[in-house]
Design a protein around this ligand. Sequence first.
Ligand code: ZN
Ligand code: ZN
Length: 442
Amino acid sequence: MNRFGFLLPLCLGAVACAQAPTQSEVDAVYAGAHALYIEIHENPELSGQETKTADRIADRLRAAGFEVTQHVGGTGVVAILRNGSGPTIMLRTELDALPVEEKTGLPYASTVHAKDADGHDVPVMHACGHDLHMAALVATAEIMAHSKDSWHGTLMLIGQPAEETIAGAEGMVKDGLFTRFPKPDVAVALHVSNALPAGMASITPGVFTSNADSVRIVIYGRGGHGARPDTTIDPIVIAARTILSLQTIVSREVAPGEMAVVTVGYIHAGTKNNIIPDQAELGLTVRSFKQSVREQVLAAITRITRAEAAAAGAPKEPTIERYESTDSVYNNPALAERLRAPLEAALGKSNVVIGPQNAASEDFSVFTEQGVPSFYFGLGGADPQKFAEAKAAGIPLPSNHSPLFAPDVDPSLHAAIEAEVAVLRSLLNTPVDQLHALTEHP
Ligand code: ZN
Ligand code: ZN
């Protein structure tokens, strides 16, 4: 019997869970969290450039009593609070914003511009809600630091750069996230969206987000005069045929019911109407839930692209390059089931629902690949009234990445803080051997 064993039944039964924060605990930190949200929203930074954002988060976590290390994998922040023996639990927020021009009309809308990685001037906006995740993480940190008698173990908070370019998680791991710092027994994250009204949360046991692969294809032909196609091999025609043939992968090769997406997001070729160019470039995004389907689709893309070029007598085999790949985020089902109770205790039983699998992608899977079981849940961000109206009208609310995306801040930030504290306390009151037994089987 572990010395903390007596705490366990608290979140297992129907009894109100002692791990949800009290109203006064949340009230004590809320004004600071809201102000931080506005400050970060007004000052967004692009992926990999989150220096001021990282400083803001680091300062607040240091002030709360955490041991803070900066510049982990670029601008990454790691904050540790040790509180006796027990598990190590990690909570992650992203730090980055997107090259999107904000059109929400909010009084604190971003007007920021910055230079992107290619040196182009672009507008910048927190269009994915990472600002809300940061504000919630800081408030959660403050509550956890003020209530060290309510949990035991090591709390590890991370601010991850460059989620939108799916590079930041890998950067932090390569820079020693799990060797210079304690390796967590469980990693937790949430994501706000308009898929649910503010105040609600969703759990998706098993596969939560999709495998994502970006593929760049260059098709080679033989250029020449537009009036003499007989002297050329036209890469635009090959590209056109290739695009249509690629669409038969999902419709004719993947088993019905399996999730797969093949999107050709761009085609670049040619400079002038009467010139046949010598090459054409295609950019694809490929999504799947299952690893076997992913391999099947990627192999089919290679086969079809090569065969179409060969059929046209192309002088050279196409180059097919896979870049920006990430695996699906996987929620350990036993852990997801176990953490439903603290979420219900924090938000109310009817406010926690089973969520769908998501075709979007995330690099949180990098942490799972390192052997850290994960719990990644969805957080409602929509104004409840607008949500109901949108549902009745059949017109979806703006999605993440939209220039109009704006969570209903107060209810969603409150819910994020309550949910995070409840989940962390629940995990930090579970003996390590029990957590390992729970997460042993993926
Ligand atoms: Zn995003
Ligand atoms: Zn995001």
